[in-house]
Design a binder for this molecule. Structure first.
Ligand code: PRP
Ligand code: URA
Length: 212
């Protein structure tokens, strides 16, 4: 469904896969679900930041000077509400200096078409390293709408980090934004008639916040 050239990075780290099992398990309650979401997000986001710009930095240890590399430039994290908020703390733990933009998108229960109800991005973001975080890439409608908005706002370097992706969603992002790299620990089988991912984990936002 998507070409072999699509820049999809499969995050196969065993700790990420362990957290994913917890997220998929229907028995997992919101408290544990939130902890697992944070755990898996740390690993996925770290991968998505692999080519974040750095600059050399020399610091003084208690013993002598040490050379290192520090994250440089502006990093902007953009969670897609609500579910993307479940990945935000992990992302900010990794890049405490990041600025945060928020996009609110909600899929219609019947049509699964996403519509935007909120957008607040930091400015400017043209020269920023922008990381869009949304755990579920299903039809791709929410991701494509978010990426459209980020590019309209001037973003030039954008990565997408998710937790479960469907082939249909990857194909939708590839068709519209072929240069956007996608980071995910799982590419699942398909979508069902209601456009939920199979096997997936159900409605991420509802499970995160206990609104099932
Ligand atoms: C979920 C999820 C994505 C979207 C993915 O959000 O967090 O944003 O669905 O589906 P798509 O690829 O078909 O667009 P939802 O609209 O359920 O809102 P919520 O996060 O507030 O629950
Ligand atoms: N959104 C979710 O939360 N889960 C899905 O399976 C599809 C969209």
């Amino acid at each position: 469904m998507y070409s072999s050239f699509v820049p999809v990075h499969l995050v196969s780290h065993p700790v990420a896969q362990d957290a994913l099992v917890t997220l998929r398990d229907v028995q997992t309650l919101p408290g544990e679900f939130r902890r697992a979401a944070r755990r898996i997000s740390t690993i996925v986001v770290a991968e998505a930041l692999r080519d974040v710009p750095t600059e050399s930095r020399t610091v003084q240890t208690p013993l002598e000077p040490a050379e290192g590399a520090a994250v440089s430039g502006d990093v902007v994290i953009v969670p897609v509400l609500r579910a993307g908020l479940g990945m935000l703390d992990a992302a900010l733990e990794l890049v405490p200096t990041a600025r945060v933009g928020h996009l609110g998108l909600k899929r219609d229960d019947t049509t699964a078409v996403a519509s935007r109800y909120y957008a607040h991005l930091p400015e400017p973001i043209r020269d920023s390293f922008v990381l869009l975080i949304d755990p579920m890439l299903a039809t791709g409608g929410s991701a494509v709408a978010s990426l459209d908005l980020l590019l309209d706002a001037g973003a030039t370097t954008v990565r997408l980090a998710c937790i479960v992706a469907a082939p249909e969603g990857i194909a939708a992002v590839e068709a519209r934004h072929p240069a956007v790299h996608i980071y995910t620990p799982a590419i699942d089988r398909a979508l069902n008639a209601r456009k939920f991912i199979l096997p997936g984990l159900g409605d991420f936002g509802d499970r995160l916040y206990g609104t099932v």
